[in-house]
Design a protein around this ligand. Structure first.
Ligand code: ADP
Ligand code: TRP
Length: 311
C-alpha cells in the first residue's frame, strides 16, 4: 500500500474554507493510503511562544481532524516532538544543504516580510519538514499550493543524501489539494482568518447565524450571489433551484435556509468534537507517536550506519 504523510501546524481555529479547501480533501485521500498525520508542534515553535497556547492548539487541531472524519484506528496521528528522530535527521540534512539554497525559500521570505522573527529555526524549517516526510518512505504529501516548494526541498534533501551515501530515501511527491475552488467569505472575497470574513467550522448555530447574516448582499440581482455561492458547498444546484425561485429577492429567508443547511452539515461534526475529551486526544497521540517512533527508529538505524555515527 502506498504511503501518505502530511503535517499540520497547531495554530488557530478552523473555518469552513479550511474544511472544504484542505481538511476534507486530505481526510478523503488518507482513507486510500497507509497514512500518517503529524501535528508539527516543533514547526509551530517558530511562531507560538507560549507553552499553554501550544498545548491547547495541539489538542485542538487533533480534535478538529478526528471530528471532521479522520479515523485514528486507520491513520497514525502523532505529535512531531515525541519522535526525536525528526530533529536528528533535520540536523543531518542541514549539514548537506547550503545557506544560499535555503535562502530561496518563498515561505521564509513571505513570513519575514509579514513580520515573523527571522529565527534560525524559521530559516531551517524546510529541512525539518524534509525529515518529517523522508523518515517514513512517503509516496505522497497532500498540501496546499503554498507548500509545493517545501516538498521540492524534501526531494532535494533526499537526492543530496542519496548522492553522498547511497540510495536511502524515496523522493516523495506533493499532491496539491484541489480545493472546491476558493471558498468565499462573508464579503465575497476568499474566506481567510486574516480578512475576518469567516464562518467558523465548529461554531454554534448562533455563531453560524451571526456570520451568515453578515454576508454582504448585492442589491442588483434577485439572487444574492455570495449567499448562493456559499450555499452551493452544502447543496446541489438542482436542490437549490426551487428554493431560490420561491424566495426571489427575499434575502433574509434565503439566509435563514443557508443557516439551517450549514448547521445540518456541521452539527454532527460539532457533536463528535464535543464527545472527544482532552484525555482521548492525549491517548491517541501517544499511541500514534509510539507507532511513528518504531518506523522512524528503523530508518535512522540505517542512516546512522551509513553516515558513520554508529560504530
Ligand atoms: P487562512 O487563509 O484562513 O489563514 P490557511 O492559510 O491557514 O488559512 O489555510 C490552511 C489551508 O486551508 C490551506 O491548504 C488553504 O489552501 C486552505 N484554505 C484556506 N482558506 C480557503 C478558502 N477560502 N477556500 C479554499 N481553501 C482554503
Ligand atoms: N509546512 C507545512 C505548513 O505550514 C506543515 C508541515 C510540516 C508539513 N511538516 C510537514 C506538511 C510535512 C506536509 C508534510 O502547512
Amino acid at each position: 500500500m502506498k504511503k501518505l504523510f502530511t503535517g499540520l501546524q497547531p495554530s488557530g481555529d478552523l473555518h469552513i474554507g479550511n474544511y472544504f479547501g484542505a481538511l476534507k480533501p486530505a481526510i478523503d485521500l488518507a482513507k486510500q493510503y497507509d497514512s500518517m498525520i503529524c501535528v508539527v508542534d516543533l514547526h509551530a515553535l517558530t511562531t507560538v511562544k507560549n507553552g499553554d497556547d501550544l498545548r491547547k492548539n495541539t489538542i485542538s487541531v487533533t480534535k478538529d481532524f478526528i471530528a471532521a472524519g479522520l479515523d485514528p484506528e486507520k491513520t497514525i496521528i502523532f505529535q512531531q516532538s515525541q519522535v526525536q528522530e525528526h530533529t536528528e535527521l533535520a540536523w543531518i540534512f542541514e549539514c548537506l544543504v547550503s545557506v544560499p539554497f535555503l535562502m530561496q525559500a518563498h515561505a521564509y521570505k513571505d513570513k519575514v516580510a509579514k513580520g515573523i522573527e527571522a529565527s534560525a529555526g524559521l530559516f531551517n524549517y524546510p529541512m525539518l519538514m524534509a525529515a518529517d516526510i523522508l523518515l517514513y518512505e512517503t509516496d505522497i504529501v497532500p498540501v496546499g499550493a503554498d507548500q509545493r516548494q517545501h516538498v521540492e526541498y524534501a526531494r532535494e534533501a533526499a537526492a543530496k543524501f542519496n548522492n553522498a551515501y547511497g540510495q536511502t530515501f524515496k523522493e516523495a511527491e506533493e499532491r496539491i489539494l484541489e480545493s472546491v475552488a476558493v471558498v468565499p467569505g462573508t464579503d465575497g472575497k476568499k474566506m481567510s482568518k486574516s480578512y475576518g470574513n469567516t464562518i467558523p467550522l465548529f461554531g454554534t448555530k448562533d455563531e453560524i447565524a451571526k456570520s451568515v447574516m453578515s454576508i454582504m448582499t448585492d442589491s442588483a440581482g434577485e439572487r444574492p450571489a455570495f449567499v448562493y455561492a456559499m450555499h452551493l458547498l452544502f447543496k446541489t444546484k438542482e436542490e437549490l433551484e426551487p428554493l431560490y425561485e420561491a424566495y426571489r429577492g427575499k434575502y433574509k429567508a434565503l439566509k435563514d435556509a443557508l443557516v439551517e443547511d450549514i448547521d445540518a452539515a456541521i452539527s454532527p461534526m460539532r457533536e463528535k468534537r464535543d464527545s472527544i475529551s482532552d484525555a482521548d486526544v492525549i491517548r491517541i497521540l501517544k499511541v500514534g507517536s509510539e507507532q511513528a517512533r518504531e518506523r522512524a527508529q528503523a530508518k535512522m538505524k540505517e542512516v546512522r550506519q551509513k553516515i558513520g555515527l554508529s560504530l
